[in-house]
Write a protein that binds this ligand. Structure first.
Ligand SMILES: [Zn+2]
Length: 378
């Protein structure tokens, strides 16, 4: 199985220089080969792989600085272009376009001998020093390809790893590890049925506020003016930071949950409906919820957990998790659930999480009762 992971890297000045040079060389080779292809075609030739490989050889001889970085980078640009033409001829994509500076700046190394990763250190051919990575790769296996890219002023390494075996296989939870209901909220990040509350990540919350402020500021600026562009750029950077940070928080959370519990119950949030809200900060929260579900789904599968998604109409916050009595109305302002039977007085979110766990247990029980019937039929 091939798994990809994108990790932020922190190059020093020398290393960044190497990256910028590599990105430039990739663009130079691509653009030159593309224009040669088009010109040759206009002159009546039918350019093909051999033609362009020969052209590249000459290009390299004329521009020796191409060899100041790993030879795989220029080579990779030629391969990419040939592939782009193949796709074009199969009518799978449009005619290849010239690359512009600053648009999707990246380069790849596809030979595993030409780069290596050791812990949080990345080594690339023709670069003497090792590059710091912000985290270790999550997957074990053979690292087949690395793509270095730049976005929002930051550098990233996307690593493609052939795991050939399930990377989570040794982390399957024990059978007796119990279940958990998770109530996702806006006030808290999440409440678990065992009473644990995960507060919203504070730095993230502050950044969200800052983002909302910038958005208001942008609305006051004259469209396409200098100041407007400046604010717009700030927003793009901040937005990017927030989504990365949020992703990291979610991975940590879903790792913990799938390693600790056998049965996991969450709500079926009406995500498509929620995202119609145009407020950007709100939208980020919504995206977080669908991302949480996506991560829980695949990690549960890997680690052998049972993920139950409660029915959309299941009123998790209106039911007493002790006796099952349902309230007709519960305003959003009521943060504590007080049962009319007098059995509990519990935080609204914790009560909802407990109800979700009950829902999951009932669901499993019904499922198991159904199983013998099904086998009888068979
Ligand atoms: Zn009750």
């Amino acid at each position: 199985m091939l798994l990809g992971q994108k990790i932020e890297i922190r190059p020093n000045a020398k290393q960044e220089e190497y990256f910028l040079k590599s990105v430039g060389i990739k663009r130079f080779v691509w653009n030159n080969c593309l224009s040669e292809w088009s010109d040759a075609y206009k002159r009546g030739y039918k350019p093909d792989e051999i033609y362009i490989q020969f052209f590249y050889k000459c290009l390299r001889e004329r521009n020796t600085w191409i060899d100041e970085v790993s030879a795989r980078i220029g080579r990779g640009a030629v391969d990419d272009l040939l592939l782009a033409f193949q796709r074009f001829f199969k009518k799978q994509s449009e005619y290849p376009k010239f690359k512009k500076r600053g648009v999707h700046d990246s380069f790849s190394i596809r030979e595993k001998e030409k780069f290596s990763i050791n812990g949080r250190k990345l080594k690339i051919e023709k670069l003497k020093t090792k590059i710091n990575m912000r985290q270790k790769p999550r997957f074990e296996g053979i690292q087949k390809q690395i793509t270095i890219s730049c976005k929002g002023g930051k550098w990233f390494a996307s690593i493609l790893t052939d795991t050939s075996k399930n990377p989570f296989i040794d982390k399957v939870p024990a059978e007796n590890q119990g279940g958990v209901g998770i109530d996702m909220g806006i006030k808290h990040f999440a409440a678990l049925s065992d009473g644990t509350i995960y507060e919203a990540n504070q730095p993230l919350k502050k950044k969200l506020k800052k983002l909302a402020k910038l958005q208001r500021s942008l609305a006051r600026k004259q469209r396409l003016s200098n100041r407007w562009h400046k604010v717009k750029e700030k927003i793009a950077k901040l937005y990017y930071y927030i989504t990365c940070k949020r992703q990291a928080v979610l991975h940590e959370f879903t790792d913990y949950i799938t390693k600790t519990y056998k049965l996991i119950v969450i709500e079926d949030l009406n995500i498509s409906g929620m995202s119609k809200n145009h407020h950007l900060t709100r939208a980020i929260l919504d995206v977080g919820m669908s991302e949480l579900r996506r991560q829980l789904e695949y990690k549960s599968k890997f680690r052998g957990c049972e993920l139950v998604i409660a029915d959309r109409w299941f009123a998790s916050s209106k039911i007493c998790s002790q006796c099952g009595l349902k309230k007709d109305v519960l305003s959003l302002a009521e943060r504590t659930f007080i049962c009319s039977n007098g059995c509990i007085s519990l935080s609204r979110d914790k009560n909802a999480a407990k109800n979700l766990l009950n829902y999951g247990r009932d669901w499993i029980e019904r499922d198991q009762k159904r199983m013998p019937e099904l086998s009888k039929c068979a």
